[in-house]
Design a protein around this ligand. Sequence first.
Ligand SMILES: [Zn+2]
Length: 311
Amino acid sequence: MTTLLIENPAGLDHIMPPGHPEQVPRLEAVNAALAAPAFSGLARQEAPLAEEADLLLAHPQGYIDAIKGAMPEAGLVALDPDTHASPGSWDAALKCVGGMITAVDAVLDGRANNAFLATRPPGHHAEKTRAMGFCFFGTVAIGALHALERRGLSRVAIVDFDVHHGNGTQDILWDETRTLFVSSHQMPLFPGTGAASERGAANNILNLPLPPGSDGPYMRGVYEARVFPALRAFAPEMILISAGFDAHRADPLANLTWDETDFSWVTREICALADEICDGRVVSTLEGGYDLPALAASVAAHVTELMEHSG
Ligand SMILES: [Zn+2]
């Protein structure tokens, strides 16, 4: 058994304007880190294109048609001040979702213990009917809904440790009682949502705002006191991770002071919990992380822990 790495070369054709933080070199840095000999034991698979039916799990037809219609044949278009599309963006975004479906199926079918998607664009800011925050489609939410609707699972948890609130995942899963969505994030910060009072239609959302400047040990205390007990109580059959690495102290978009060892810790603890309650089933997808060396080191730390738990 193994850790599956889903690769998305199409993510290299999703072009942003000069100076934009969600840039092609992010994926190049991640791919370079995972090309090291330490990761030769990964099973690797290229992400396929998602089907439209996959997108429809989370987004209405009109939204899908609007995004497809907005894709440029040349140059760039801005869907909002942060979110741009180039001619390669449609395939890149569809392969994020297709990769997520592939990874969920691989883990549920026992072809891998766990999986990581090295991919871009990210997805957790995409709401049902709004592209924003560099995101087009709710990749991780679609993964959860695929497991529930098509694979017969009853409960799926999502842990989002990106430094920004996963407002899109929250929007898509607001009244979905078969999911538990847990998000830790700096507050105040983009996108402004994620207060502890936002709990979903049936207490199915747990938002854990973290103060600017707070560190890894503070985060560990929050996860031990709030996240892990909530996961145990929910007893998911699978855990999905929105793995953003922008809580790193070097990240230019936020003000938390985690480092690689904190990403190792949180991954290790989630995997240990998954071993305990859901046969170790974990699928993790890349979200943010904008300092290239910190991103590369943090992804390496994260995937190393996934591999440690795949035996
Ligand atoms: Zn982020």
